[in-house]
Design a protein around this ligand. Structure first.
Ligand code: COA
Length: 395
């Protein structure tokens, strides 16, 4: 995915993804506390435990904690934006603002989860602070993985970047799916933190210095993408998307491989591939025409048409749309009921449905990856990525 980097002018070539080395890798396993029900006591305990952390979690995490605390206690950020020279307050304001309309309940939940995971990463018990207490197992920097009420939830957790998926996150999601396939949960849920579901492939992936040249870089990107989509095709349990806000690119295309898609009425669905000089992935070149018919699929995949949640539902891409105000409570209430269904029956039925098309989906995945490898080395793609970052730089 970094294939255009070699063509970039020198300053761009130096752009690499900043690794949050000071941030503990997060993995949460949970007991039977309610998904959206953090008590005042739990929230207060989380605040207390924050000051007892031995290690500085780093600025990025501290900003996230600050933002979640403000959102939890005051709701969405409505204060005026600090001036450009008021650097510290501007960064804090940006972090809070990036949570958009996330409810105070959800922010309290995420605050407790985050602090619980930090406590657990230092070897302490998170049980007193996290509504979804942490357990053992692999952990991730930009994913929150929780298991509760027989549901494993994988939350993309990079709200400041609208949950854009970095190379590392692709690998982590593959690992999280593998883990979810093997754990005791009955269904697996994908969602995003903050006001976005996901803004798709992190375009910075294209600006890293490639080792071995453009072609080699495209080959590696292609291998990763193939493996990523394969993880969805072969996932053995019911897979649910809780689309909590706008969705872009690969987060939309893989939806054709999910079993259930619930969306807030704030969500939009956008696949701006031709705009980026790229082409469809996630098996969408096959699943989208099948789901919505070729004419509507072309509008999305070729002509970048952005769908509202209601339109996506009418076309069959989304199962059901909920008002944003009641989205979380309605969806989780329903999912908890579904997760009590007999697990074997659920997974075997899912696999039966998938078995009809599994081979075809793998073949489609292969073909899409081959085309994309060519696209990533094209001038069209290079120019589009440059344009995105140049526009940002001018702001
Ligand atoms: N890759 C890299 N960075 C991204 C990103 C992506 N896909 N999506 C968002 N970001 C970053 C922005 O650069 C910005 O970073 P900054 O704060 O350091 O400037 C931050 O996330 C917030 O995004 P911003 O653009 O300020 O928010 P917005 O609400 O105005 O717009 C989007 C959100 C998602 C519509 C817009 O960022 C966008 O179009 N992103 C690109 C989406 C895309 O093309 N994805 C690939 C599809 S194949």
């Amino acid at each position: 995915m970094a294939a255009v980097a070699q063509k970039l002018p020198a300053p761009w070539r130096l752009v690499t993804l900043r690794r949050l080395s000071s941030v503990p890798r997060l993995k949460l396993h949970t007991s039977a506390s309610p998904m959206m029900g953090v008590t005042v006591q739990q929230f207060d305990q989380a605040k207390d435990r924050l000051s007892s952390l031995k290690k500085d979690p780093g600025n990025e995490v501290k900003l996230q904690i600050y933002a979640l605390f403000k959102q939890a206690t005051q709701g969405p950020c409505n204060t005026p934006k600090p001036g450009m020279l008021d650097f510290v307050n501007k960064v804090k304001w940006d972090a809070w603002k990036s949570l958009g309309s996330v409810s105070q309940d959800e922010a309290r939940q995420q605050y407790c989860d985050l602090i619980g995971s930090l406590v657990a990463a230092e070897g302490g018990s998170s049980a007193h602070v996290a509504a979804r207490p942490a357990g053992s197992g692999p952990a991730y920097e930009t994913l929150l993985v929780t298991t509760e009420d027989d549901i494993t939830t994988i939350t993309l957790n990079r709200p400041a970047k609208k949950n854009a998926i970095t190379t590392e996150m692709y690998n982590d999601i593959i690992a999280a799916l593998d883990q979810a396939a093997k754990d005791n949960s009955v269904i697996t849920v994908f969602t995003g933190s903050g006001d976005f579901y996901c803004s798709g492939n992190d375009l910075s992936n294209f600006t890293q210095i490639p080792e071995g040249g453009v072609e080699e870089s495209a080959r590696r990107g292609g291998d990763l993408l193939r493996k990523y989509v394969k993880a969805y095709i072969d996932f053995p349990k019911p897979l649910v998307a809780v689309v909590n806000g706008p969705a872009v690119g690969i987060s939309v295309t893989v939806l054709g491989l999910f079993d259930l898609i619930y969306a807030t009425d704030r969500a939009t669905f956008h696949t701006p591939f031709s705009q980026l000089g790229q082409s469809a992935e996630g098996c969408s070149s096959y699943t989208f025409p099948k789901i919505m018919g070729p004419a509507k699929a072309s509008e999305m995949l070729l002509f970048n048409k952005k769908l509202s949640a209601v339109q996506a539902c009418e076309l069959g891409l989304v199962t059901e749309v909920f008002p944003d105000s009641s989205f979380q409570s309605e969806v989780w209430t329903r999912l908890k009921v579904y997760a009590k269904l007999p697990p074997k029956s659920l997974s075997l039925s899912k696999q039966l449905v998938r078995s009809v098309e599994r081979d075809r989906l793998h073949a489609v995945n292969d073909a899409e990856v081959e085309l994309l490898k060519e696209r990533w080395t094209s001038d069209e793609c290079f120019n589009a990525v440059m344009a995105f970052f140049q526009a940002k730089a001018k702001l």
